[in-house]
Design a protein around this ligand. Structure first.
Ligand code: GLN
Length: 233
């Protein structure tokens, strides 16, 4: 087995999927992942899930995403794939993707959101208000493997410490509660607002790392895939 070759799917139904694909494509320009080969699959059909080592559910609009996930048994196939203990792919939900992965969603439109679940958190949609309340902020990284700084070509309009990253919040969901000790807090804003979590093979961020020039989150995601796929790595 070659731990430097992985297959990553990006759910390409709606939202910021092109930006994630761009990030994954350019990850090999970083020193750390120079030897990594990522086969990227643009996932639009449930049948494409079976060969993946990892999947990104991008941000966008969870209600719209859900309309498509309800077709062709996509929802059921995704649920089964995520909970397949034999070969769990690592799944990363950003923003709307976080809502889809949460076990408990407050403020859900009646019948609006598909909740695949698996992540034992309670979240709420649009925690910070409407589109015009979207904002950028420094985020505190609680997890040392996320600290190693990668060069950024366009620094954010505020200074960052090594244990911080640039957060872009667009009608972002909030994580209200972590309901299990198995859920690890990866990052927060203003100490008390949790904005990134991980429970085993599921990662969720309420902001959009794919819209910044920082590679750390995508780098962490592929490291997690390698560890799950090749435990000896
Ligand atoms: N608030 C949106 C929703 O409920 C998510 C926003 C985003 O993904 N940027 O789907």
């Amino acid at each position: 087995m070659d731990s430097n070759t992985i297959t990553v799917g990006v759910l390409c139904i709606q939202g910021a999927f092109i930006e994630h694909i761009h990030k994954l494509t350019t990850l090999s320009s970083t020193d750390k992942h120079r030897d990594l080969t990522i086969t990227i699959v643009e996932v639009r059909e449930p049948g494409q899930l079976s060969d993946l080592d990892g999947l990104i559910i991008p941000g966008g609009e969870s209600t719209t995403l859900s309309v498509f996930l309800r077709k062709n048994e996509f929802e059921q196939t995704l649920k089964a794939w995520i909970s397949d203990k034999q070969r769990p792919g690592v799944v990363w939900g950003t923003c709307a993707g976080l809502i889809i992965l949460a076990d408990d969603v407050v403020g859900q439109k009646l019948g609006g959101q598909v909740t695949i679940g698996g992540l034992n958190i309670q979240c709420t949609r649009n925690m910070y208000g409407r589109q015009n309340k979207s904002f950028e902020s420094a985020i505190k990284l609680h997890h040392p493997p996320l600290h190693a700084a990668q060069p950024t070509s366009a620094p954010p309009p505020f200074s960052l410490a090594d244990d911080e990253c640039h957060g872009i919040f667009i009608r972002a969901p909030g994580i209200l509660k972590v309901n299990s000790p198995d859920v690890k807090v990866l990052a927060s804003v203003n100490d008390d607002n949790i904005v990134a979590v991980q429970q085993d093979h599921l990662i969720a961020t309420s902001f959009h790392p794919e819209l910044t020039s920082d590679f750390r989150w995508h780098s962490y995601f592929v490291d997690q895939i390698k560890q799950h796929r090749y435990p000896q790595y």
